[in-house]
Design a protein around this ligand. Structure first.
Ligand SMILES: [Zn+2]
Length: 128
């Protein structure tokens, strides 16, 4: 979900991005605001060290720039996936997120996700 002009709306595309050393679950949500038609991108990821979600909006030229910067890290896109597999929009996929503390995996969270950016925690596996 994205926000602008006091309204909340769905992304028109979502890019799923490669993990980096300290970031996982990286996504770029892309849309034009349905009210003002501004080009927007929402960059979000889980910061592994801090164990928090980072979210930042980019607009117009900034949105173009972050798309250019992250393009090389794209593993899948919502639109590309739908085109390729003709999956219905309710399609679900599984995702594991490792939670690390001091470089050690302490927990694995298993999520069921859909391509609207919604997800449900299915299972937590703690590692001691
Ligand atoms: Zn707007």
């Amino acid at each position: 979900m994205m926000r602008h002009c006091n309204s909340v709306f769905q992304a028109q595309d979502i890019w799923y991005l490669l993990d980096t050393e300290d970031k996982t679950d990286r996504k770029l949500y892309i849309a034009n605001c349905p009210i003002c038609n501004k080009r927007m991108a929402l960059y979000s990821y889980l910061d592994i060290k801090g164990n928090f979600y980072f979210e930042k909006y980019f607009y117009s030229g900034g949105a173009d720039k972050i798309k250019k910067r992250l393009k090389k890290d794209v593993t899948a896109t919502m639109l590309g996936f739908r085109d390729k597999y003709k999956a219905p929009s309710g399609f679900k996929y599984g995702k594991n997120v490792e939670v690390k503390r001091k470089g050690k995996t302490v927990e694995i969270k298993q999520y069921a996700c859909d391509f609207n950016g919604n997800r449900i925690l299915v299972k937590r596996i703690e590692r001691v």
